[in-house]
Design a protein around this ligand. Structure first.
Ligand code: GDP
Length: 728
């Protein structure tokens, strides 16, 4: 890290064009509408990948491939786009990197909370992220969610305060919001010069220079800019920001602290190296600003990505498990090690067919090589490798550690699969996904499309782990479940566009869950002796609550062969089946530990089916005694309203069983945050509109599951029984 131009030749293979040190895998994440798509677009423009700058509003941006994304203007599917950036000499700002080319892989993460899975998946393979905030709204609820996700996956970040040109934009407010709401140790490295229609450029705090962009049309080089001395009016602020930055860095970095103690000067490269060290360790968040739309501040943002976000060498190596053991393995990035990669996204491309996006952690892969999937224990030959450069799909012959690319034409791979050398048996930790919160029944408009629809839904479920589809055993209806109404609406849209199936859907239903509150024992017997050969299965189990979010664990603790070994899987299958279809009210059971511990068998009458039934009965028996409860999804809601409607909106949230978490005044507007059960949020868009004469807005996202209170339990249970489609 100390000499950015140095290349570690033992880790880099001689064939690769861009050494690991000069690779940046980063994502752009934010609240919807903060400007991710526009920022990505501008980066691709400035890096020379696209020649005509596209505006989201025109619906022709490069990363939004999917038709309906263009229509909706939101990026639903994270696209991995490769581009290249040579830090410019003429800015005079980044001399230590002068003229060095870097390869950047941008993963455009979706901001809409209905697509949390996409965000989680991409976080797993990012080395760093640019968090884009709206200069007017500051930290919005979904920015908080993606921030938390980035923290969970230990992703170093820089922050970009976008939309500085908009009325109401205020850099200082956005910064203090970041500190207050996100607890971020955030310090400006670029300050704004002016705001709103007077936003002219930025102050480079580290170099104490100003960069002023001109107005007008873009040249092939982008918008014209000038590097100047800091205008007099901004000098004091710029000096204070530098002092604050050095102070912040010295609090966390011994090298800088020492220089200060010894009263030695801190040179620009030394300060930048320290900022980089702290950013890579997630101990500091450098903050920049600009307006992607007006093309100002984008070049310095790309420079900051190179300067401060980690290369694959700067982050801890990926960890994996040796399948079937408790042993962990590290996978340090090295082209000359065994090949190891993670499939993080499946995508059906209209031209190239099924693509598997994967991130290489170590080794290299060439066309014609075989890859091994430890989950399926199968090998597949790689016939085609591809990277996406802008809207172009570009075939490549080989990929190296740290690269993000796509495999073409491989089957039997799902999201989260490790792909590696056959003699390197390892499973990288797959990402974890939240439970669906909403479901609906779906049927094709014409009966003849039934099979086509099932196939389509299955394909879509393979691509998206937060989308599920299954048949309701009682009604025979096909049910789809996901993260929100928009999520399921888009699934239907994709069915129509990609599989030519038009489908009718029922009303959205809440995906309740069941769990238990205390340990209990249960017994299940399935004994039939009505002439001929009988049936005999008998199992005794223990159940106990599992930690929140840990899911279901079923273990075998049978000793002494009281249940013969060959029947134990049947018992476990029975238990798993009962867990899936629910016991208490017919909803899936979560967060439970089950141990099969005892039972008995019959020499002649025992068989798999009998033991499976015994498993089902044992679980039902234990569950009834284990304090079963019903859980409902709780949403985090943020509503912004002019002050005068605050009282009405608060009252309405209270009536919806909401718990108010905060009431903040901001620029004559009140921002209300609350936790409200999803069950009470149907029709909220209309309600808030009529309460505020259309002037309030809101957003919401799933937070967690909570016990359904007794006051509404009967109503929920009755409704659930009447509407079996709700079950998931
Ligand atoms: P995303 O949902 O985060 O991908 O946001 P988009 O990039 O789609 O931008 C949302 C809206 O904000 C679009 O109408 C953009 O034109 C607009 N927008 C994006 N960046 C800026 C900016 O810097 N200034 C202004 N005024 N508008 C912007």
């Amino acid at each position: 890290m100390s000499d950015p131009a140095a290349i570690n030749t033992t880790l880099n293979s001689p064939q690769r064009q861009y050494p690991l040190e000069r690779t940046r895998n980063f994502g752009i994440c934010a609240h919807i509408d903060a400007g991710k798509t526009t920022t990505t677009e501008r980066i691709l423009f400035y890096t020379g990948l696209i020649h005509k700058i596209g505006d989201v509003d025109d619906g022709n941006t490069v990363t939004d491939w999917m038709e309906q994304e263009k229509e909706r203007g939101i990026t639903i599917t994270s696209a991995a786009v490769t581009s290249f950036w040579t830090q410019k000499k003429d800015t005079g700002l980044f001399k230590n990197f002068e003229g060095i080319a870097h390869r950047i892989n941008i993963i455009d993460t979706p901001g809409h909370v209905d697509f949390t899975a996409e965000v989680e998946r991409s976080m797993r393979v990012l080395d760093g992220a640019v968090a884009v905030f709206c200069g007017v709204a500051g930290v919005q609820p979904q920015s908080e969610t993606v921030w938390r996700q980035a923290t969970k996956y230990k992703v170093p970040r820089i922050a970009f305060v976008n939309k500085m040109d908009r009325t109401g934009a205020n850099f200082d407010n956005a910064l203090s919001d970041m500190r207050k709401k996100l607890g971020a140790y955030a310090f400006p490295i670029f300050l704004n010069i002016g705001a709103e229609d007077k936003f002219a450029g930025v102050i480079d705090v580290v170099n104490q220079k100003a960069i002023i962009w001109g107005e007008g049309d873009l040249t092939n080089e982008g918008l014209k800019y000038e590097v100047t001395d800091i205008p007099a009016a901004h000098q004091e602020r710029a000096a204070a920001a530098l002092a604050e930055l050095i102070d912040a860095v010295s609090n966390k970095d011994d090298a800088i602290a020492e220089l200060i103690l010894e009263e030695k000067p801190i040179s620009v490269p030394v300060l930048k190296a320290a900022i980089r060290r702290l950013t890579c360790k997630i101990e500091l968040i450098p903050v920049l600003c600009g307006t992607a739309f007006k093309k100002k501040g984008v070049q310095v943002l790309i420079d900051a990505v190179i300067d401060y976000l980690p290369s694959p060498l700067d982050i801890p190596p990926a960890q994996g498990m040796v399948p079937g053991t408790e042993d962990t393995l590290e996978v340090p990035p090295n082209d000359n090690s065994k090949f190891c990669s993670l499939a993080f996204k499946l995508w059906t491309d209209p031209y190239a067919g099924k693509l598997v996006f994967f991130r290489v952690y170590s080794g290299q892969l060439k066309k014609g090589d075989s890859i091994y999937n430890p989950r399926t224990r199968k090998r597949e030959r790689v016939s085609r490798l591809m990277v996406i450069q802008g809207s172009e799909r570009k075939d490549v012959d080989s990929v190296y550690s740290g690269d993000i690319a796509a495999l073409v034409g491989l089957r039997n791979i799902t999201t989260g699969d490790t792909l590696c050398n056959e003699d390197f048996d390892i499973a990288l930790e797959p990402p974890t996904f939240p439970e669906p919160v909403i479901s609906m029944a779906i049927e094709p408009k014409t009966k003849a499309d039934q099979d086509k629809m099932s196939q389509g839904l299955q394909r879509l479920a393979e691509e998206d782990p937060t989308f599920r589809c299954f048949t309701n055993e009682e009604t025979g209806q096909l049910i789809i479940a996901g993260m929100g109404e928009l999520h399921l609406e888009i699934i239907r849209d994709r069915l129509k566009r990609e599989f030519s199936v038009e489908a009718d859907a029922g009303a959205p239903q809440i995906a309740y869950r069941e769990t238990i509150t205390k340990p209990a024992e249960g017994e299940g017997k399935f004994i039939r002796q009505s002439g001929g050969r009988g049936q005999y299965g008998h199992a005794i189990i223990d159940v106990e609550p599992n930690e929140k979010g840990k899911g279901v664990e079923i273990v075998n603790k049978v000793v002494g062969g009281t249940i013969p070994k060959e029947y134990i899987p049947a018992v476990m299958n029975g238990i798993a089946e009962a867990i899936k279809s629910g016991v208490y009210a017919g909803f899936q059971v979560i967060d439970i530990k089950v141990s099969v511990k005892d039972g008995s068998f019959h020499e002649v009458d025992s068989n798999e089916l009998a033991f499976k039934m015994a498993g089902i009965f044992a679980l039902k028996d234990a569950f009834a005694q284990a304090g079963p409860i019903l859980l409902e999804p709780i949403m985090k809601v943020e509503a912004t309203t002019p002050d005068e409607y605050q009282g009405d909106i608060l009252g309405d949230i209270n009536r919806r069983r909401g718990m108010i978490q905060g009431v903040d005044g901001k620029n004559g507007q009140t921002v209300l945050t609350a936790q409200v059960p999803l069950a009470e949020m149907f029709g909220y868009a209309t309600a808030i509109r009529s309460l505020s004469k259309g002037r309030a807005s809101y957003s919401m996202e799933p937070l967690h599951f909570e016990q359904v209170p007794n006051s509404v339990l009967t109503t929920v249970m009755d409704a659930a029984k009447k509407r079996p489609a709700a079950r998931s």
